[in-house]
Design a protein around this ligand. Sequence first.
Ligand code: CAA
Length: 259
Amino acid sequence: MTPEELAHADLDLTVDGAVATITLNRPEARNAQRPRLWAGIARVLEELGPEIRVVVLRGAGGTFSAGLDLGLLDPAKPDEEGNFITVLGLDDQAIIDQIDVYQRPFVLLGDPRFITIAVVEGHAIGAGFQLALACDLRIAAEDARFCMKEPALGLVPDLLGTKPLVEAVGYARALEICASARIVSGTEAGEIGLAQVVVPAAELDGVLAATVDALTAHPHGAVTATKRLLQEAPARTIDEQRLAERTAQVARFRALAGG
Ligand code: CAA
């Protein structure tokens, strides 16, 4: 994407060797998300080269994201790109198809080609929380504030957040967090398995660098194949998973032998 296209998508992108960093760059609105941002993240991810092993997602200005741009829910702003009040003029299937497009970057963040890390400081509200959940790992500041706000607004989380939340913290805790729409601190996120690393905000960059080093230390092909096995494990029986492991190992043997 060109710098102009990235700016239009409220994004900044830096690539340093095997690491791509996507920054939500609309700090004046606490990195509130619009459809243009979702389209931009999808395009950035699709255009990354095979050398990229880690994708870092973070927010500019000391906060991750305040979630959906609330202007999109405002009947007084019908001209806002993606305004949901306007969308209501469509039939059900058309709305479902539109949300499918919006969900695309959240799906792509699971691509086995790379490991995705959300660096969460400040707020991760609603769509912000879901964007963090779409990443493989979350590194959070102790005082970060996660909140699944959608039920409080009469809505459901529909940007793929429900599945990784249940997988991270279990059904009962996920329900309690969503139904109450309460704030989960970074410290609590670490305790319940929502965040994998939790540190004071000042230490985020250091711990991110160490994590990236560790995640890129070993052969890319082996890490990619292992991520795929782990992702697919919950949907398989033991015997299906054993077969998947054997099959993946054959490919690894052949890669190591250069064949
Ligand atoms: N959409 C649009 N603008 C937003 C925004 C949002 N979600 N969140 C913050 N902003 C804007 C504010 O309007 C304000 O703009 P102005 O300077 O022009 O007045 C600016 O960002 C700074 O906001 P605050 O002064 O409120 O900043 P703060 O640091 O004191 O508070 C905050 C930060 C706690 C995130 C607070 O802004 C807030 O609660 N925002 C709304 C969060 C929210 O409800 N998000 C929607 C969740 S639901 C969802 O995402 C998914 C869905 O499907 C509905």
